[in-house]
Design a protein around this ligand. Structure first.
Ligand code: ZN
Length: 253
């Protein structure tokens, strides 16, 4: 495995939705880690919240999703009811795919999305397929990112993974039991005292799965509540950020 060197840039789509993307972007695919900026929701959900399950209004969320769709070539996304597990769903069209925490597709143009507030979004790009995983502490321990890689019908050595904004070791103290679980599963280097590195753990899982290149964008949601929602820092009354990956139709982009 190579450690990729992608940095990140932030940009606003024409409708106003602000996202961060890897720099450089992978060829033939788009990755959009949407921030909390550029939407219409009011505090404490300001402003590009995508969840109605946190107390925000339907009309605001609907407008936010419409702005996000505009930033995804107008395409409607495929999504899952996230349950913090390790199940991967292969999809060919938009809409709710079922219960699970990762999606894989070979359909050009179809965005795969997850909603997060501290949990890591992990995008994987291959020659023909893309995948997106939602990896919080439970999903990370269960190996959801590695499962997504194994569901892809590609040589893992050709895959590039992008670990998006999420809570990092600096802001993520957990119970002794959970910290021990991470050290047992991924090695002592992912734990410091009771602070756990979710990105380090996911990178190890991807490496063990044979992924050719792993890029960690290095953004901490706990440190950057100006850009992202953070459940740990802001409590339950905060929004959810959307993360999206889509393979571009041949000849586009
Ligand atoms: Zn932090």
């Amino acid at each position: 495995m190579r450690a990729g060197s992608a940095a990140w840039t932030d940009r606003a789509a024409p409708g106003g939705a602000v996202f961060v993307a890897p720099e450089p972007e992978p060829e033939g695919a788009r990755i959009r880690f949407f921030t909390r900026l550029g939407g219409v929701s009011e505090a404490p959900y300001d402003s590009l919240n995508v969840s109605t399950r946190v107390g925000d209004g339907e009309a605001a969320v609907s407008e936010n999703l419409s702005r996000i769709r505009g930033a995804l070539e107008g395409n409607t996304s495929a999504w899952v009811r996230q349950v913090a597990g390790d199940r991967v769903l292969r999809v060919a069209g938009s809409g709710l795919a079922g219960e699970g925490d990762a999606l894989v597709t070979e359909s050009p143009g179809l965005p795969l999305v997850v909603a997060v507030a501290d949990c890591l979004p992990v995008a994987v790009v291959g020659e023909r397929e893309v995948a997106m995983a939602h990896s919080g502490w439970r999903g990370t321990l269960a190996g959801v990112a590695g499962n997504a890689v194994r569901e892809m019908d590609e040589d893992p050595a050709d895959l590039r993974a992008y670990i998006g904004p999420g809570i990092r070791e600096c802001c993520y103290e957990v119970s002794e039991d959970i910290a021990e679980g991470f050290a047992d599963r991924f090695g002592p280097e992912v734990v410091s005292g009771r602070n756990v590195s979710l990105p380090g753990s996911v990178a190890r899982d991807l490496e063990d799965s044979g992924v050719g290149e792993v890029n960690d964008l290095g953004l901490c949601t706990g440190c950057r509540t100006d850009l992202f929602y953070s459940h740990r820092m802001e409590g339950p009354r905060t929004g959810r950020n959307l993360a999206a990956v889509q393979r571009l139709p041949r000849g586009a982009g």
